[in-house]
Design a protein around this ligand. Structure first.
Ligand code: SF4
Ligand code: FE
Length: 483
């Protein structure tokens, strides 16, 4: 089976039965939980779109390993064309969900592991590339969703992993056995992990020789004993339990993050992709982060498209689509959003093959892409809120709107343009609220800041990749300075 339908995906997740906690309770049926289901629906979209002939070229690709049609989310990039198509696919998925569709972390981990394990094996004669390839084929053949877990809790940021007061603040090997290793630690704010079949764990920073036990990378299924998740709270999350579709803004889709605990988890030898080769930890981090910073030039642009559309619709509903300042704000939002897309495409176009043969983005441009993402969605939200007006945060609830006594007053006094129903106006305002301040803000606004690394992480990479020495030489040559 090379491609699963959306329905098959949902049923496959239902069978896994991972250990998930939320609001102090164990969630026995996450698939049908009203707070968690929208997040699952977003991942489902990556399966549904792959079944649609209209999007086949973007969503699917022939695997060079199996010769079968696979979902692009499980693909190892073979060209700059593949890198560009990845960004275009992510924009499409963002447009169709207006949320984080979560499956990209696995794809980005795949491509980082593919090249890093190859280079590590070349240096040390290890067998990580074979291990990874076996896992990759299993994922491609079964069309699985894989989470990529990188971010450790990190404790005291001034100290290396081995120097932390609590050794578990970075995930590490606690026992070495003939058949594998046992690991302990946690990975914070794990996007999509509750909707994944498998998780690839990677180190979170460059490491020195003393961090050997922390330089560990592997993959395990989500129902592995000792692995459990505590779902993060989101603004307005319990609105999803109230049965008021208008109030949630986006009734079908969302995204969920979880603190993921590895409490003495056993990893068999053939699922290990790095184990003590500390100098390759930094390479894995840099490559994964680079790919994921490219990703944001696609997914956030797609969600931005929905927000720009929502701002334009509410301008119509408010009766002011022709006001010159409104038109100008929509132009500015579009300019910012397309600038992010330019960055996503540019770092893809300038990609290059790795030693293993898969394609890597241009790291400088990918980091510039993500640095812009830490800013522009904030401005896009600001302009959307400006256009929407204060009613976006002061409108009464759907229950009041449906109330026999109150409803007619809300309908009368919150009406905008005379040919638009108050209900439609409220729906659009709630969508903007959802994207800028509600549950989707986790995946759009704040994730734009911290997802794929906080702004300073990109600035360090920009400094490293910016080649200032060369630029100084250019200036001296033009000024005819010889030293
Ligand atoms: Fe994909 Fe974007 Fe979500 Fe990351 S933030 S998983 S790139 S949709
Ligand atoms: Fe993310």
């Amino acid at each position: 089976m090379a491609l699963m339908t959306g329905e098959q995906y949902i049923e496959s997740i239902r069978k896994i039965k991972p250990e998930i906690y939320m609001f102090g309770e164990k969630i026995e049926n996450p698939v049908d939980n009203p707070i968690l289901r929208p997040s699952l629906n977003s991942v489902r979209m990556t399966y549904d779109l792959a079944q649609d002939p209209k999007y086949a070229d973007l969503m699917t690709v022939t695997s060079p390993f199996t010769g079968e049609k696979i979902n692009r989310f499980t693909h190892i990039h073979q060209s700059t064309e593949d890198l560009k198509n990845k960004v275009k696919m992510q924009r499409l998925c963002g447009q169709k969900t207006a949320a984080c569709f979560q499956r990209c972390v696995g794809m980005d981990a795949f491509n980082a592991e593919y090249s890093t394990t190859y280079e590590c094996d070349k240096k040390y004669g290890t067998h990580y590339f074979d291990n990874f390839k076996k896992f990759m084929l299993y994922v491609q053949e079964n069309d699985l969703t894989v989470d990529g877990a990188m971010t450790d809790p990190k404790g005291d940021r001034s100290k290396a992993p081995h120097a932390q007061a609590d050794p578990d603040l970075y995930l590490h090997v606690v026992e070495r056995r003939p058949d594998g290793v046992v690991v302990r630690g946690a990975k914070a704010h794990q996007t999509g992990i509750i909707n994944s079949h498998e998780v690839i764990v990677m180190p979170t920073i460059s490491m020195g020789p003393d961090d050997k036990d922390y330089a560990i990378s592997f993959a395990v299924p989500l129902n592995t004993p000792g692995l459990f998740m505590i779902v993060g709270r989101q603004s307005c999350d319990t609105r999803k339990t109230e049965g008021s579709p208008i109030d949630v803004g986006n009734r079908e889709f969302g995204g969920v993050e979880a603190l993921t605990i590895f409490d003495n988890v056993f990893v068999p030898n053939d699922r290990i992709f790095l184990n003590g080769e500390t100098e390759f930890a930094g390479m894995l981090v840099e490559r994964f982060a680079g790919y994921h910073r490219q990703s944001y030039g696609g997914c956030k642009v797609g969600v931005g498209d929905v927000l720009i559309g929502a701002a334009a619709v509410i301008a119509d509903y408010n009766g002011c689509p022709k006001a010159s300042h409104i038109k100008d704000k929509l132009i500015e939002m579009t300019h910012l959003n397309e600038t992010l897309y330019c960055c996503g495409l540019a770092c893809s176009t300038e990609g290059h093959p790795t030693e293993a043969g898969n394609y890597m983005i241009d790291l400088l441009l990918a980091n510039v892409c993500k640095q812009n993402v830490t800013r522009f969605p904030y401005e896009i939200c600001r302009l959307a809120e400006d256009i929407a007006g204060g009613l976006m945060v002061t409108a009464p609830s759907e229950k009041d709107f449906r109330d026999p006594k109150l409803g007619k007053y809300i309908d009368k006094y919150l009406k905008g343009s005379e040919d638009v129903s108050t209900e439609n106006r409220l729906k659009m305002l709630r969508l903007i609220e959802n994207l800028c301040l509600g549950t989707a803000a986790v995946g759009y606004r704040t994730e734009s800041m911290h997802g794929a690394g906080s702004p300073q992480a990109q600035r360090i990479m920009i400094q490293r990749q910016g080649n200032l020495a060369y630029k100084k030489e250019l200036a001296k040559a033009i000024a005819h300075i010889e030293e």
